[in-house]
Design a protein around this ligand. Structure first.
Ligand code: G
Ligand code: G
Ligand code: G
Ligand code: MN
Ligand code: NA
Length: 254
């Protein structure tokens, strides 16, 4: 059975669903928000990784329906997490460049914000660097319109795409997310640590914040703290959790 044939039914039935991984302040480890990540688990295929089903959905175009679901559900769940914690937690939602292919995205994002009743400044959209670089001219005006809604934009997987430096200052982005491949070996690879340190310095010089992803151990956390990284994400803090467990995480870490 093909993934592409399963996706529409999976979206209807709840076999496509969101999980939430915390983002933590590097200095204190305090939870400051979450990233929403999509999962597929259906009877026909079992659990399928997002690297696989997102790519299929981008090819067929079904990513637009899935992306709209991620926005609506991510914002609604953010409202509940904020109410529970009493804090202005943030939610990052991944956006495929395919979703930026038409102006409809602006209305969909506005609708998700309004329906959930969240402060738009607590919403963040993550867009993968390599895809942005390929589509700059088409995508730039839509990024500007999204920014005008009040949300923030993050370049995801930073360091793995190309020609990013040529465009970096032209994108209306507020945050860079250092790819986990640089974090993985940071405690043992001088060059990976140097890339991370340099990205952090450059981002700060451009008045951007930096998120490091894939933090799995104390050594990586310690180095990133020393480098002045702002936000951390990784199994050391929390794995991606179903909504109810994300609530429990907030209640037990408060
Ligand atoms: O979920 P995992 O943590 O394994 O994510 C693998 C990849 O799938 C990541 O690069 C992530 O950006 C992408 N991904 C996960 N959920 C979504 C989603 O809701 N929309 C899009 N466009 N990409 C997603
Ligand atoms: O210098 P020392 O052997 O203590 O470094 C241990 C590891 O820390 C290095 O192998 C490297 O991976 C990483 N590292 C590289 N540059 C820096 C840095 O500027 N500060 C810190 N804390 N660690 C670094
Ligand atoms: O969209 P983005 O590429 O930022 O998605 C984050 C990806 O990284 C997801 O696939 C998520 O499951 C994964 N991830 C999150 N924390 C860790 C971690 O500590 N280690 C590893 N190996 N992967 C992680
Ligand atoms: Mn992401
Ligand atoms: Na990433």
């Amino acid at each position: 059975l093909e993934i592409e044939n399963q996706l529409p039914a999976a979206l209807k039935s709840g076999d496509l669903y969101m999980v939430y991984q915390s983002k933590n302040r590097i200095g204190t480890g305090e939870v400051m928000g979450f990233e929403a990540l999509m999962r597929l688990n259906c009877r026909a295929l079992g659990a399928v990784g997002p690297d696989e089903f997102i790519e299929v959905a981008e090819e067929t175009g079904f990513i637009e329906a899935m992306g709209r679901f991620a926005l609506m559900r991510g914002c609604a769940d953010l409202a509940r997490l904020q109410a529970l914690s009493g804090k202005p937690l943030t939610m990052a939602i991944n956006m495929s460049v395919r979703q930026l292919g038409s102006d409809e995205i602006i209305g969909h994002v506005r609708e998700a914000i309004q329906h959930a009743g969240i402060d738009p400044t607590t919403l963040e959209l993550e867009i993968t660097e390599s895809l942005l670089a390929e589509n700059v001219e088409a995508v730039m005006p839509r990024l500007e319109k999204l920014r005008a809604l009040g949300l923030s934009l993050t370049i995801d997987d930073f360091g793995t795409g190309y020609s990013s430096l040529a465009y970096l200052t032209r994108f209306p982005v507020s945050t860079l997310k250092i790819d986990k491949c640089f974090v993985n070996d940071m405690a043992t690879s001088h060059s990976d640590a140097t890339v991370a340190r340099t990205v952090i310095q450059m981002a700060h010089a451009l008045e951007m914040k930096v998120v490091a992803e894939g933090i799995e151990d104390e050594a990586q956390w310690r180095i990133l703290r020393r480098f002045g990284c702002d936000i951390g994400q990784g199994y050391l803090f929390s794995k991606p959790l179903p909504f109810d467990e994300a609530c429990t995480l907030l209640q037990t870490s408060a």
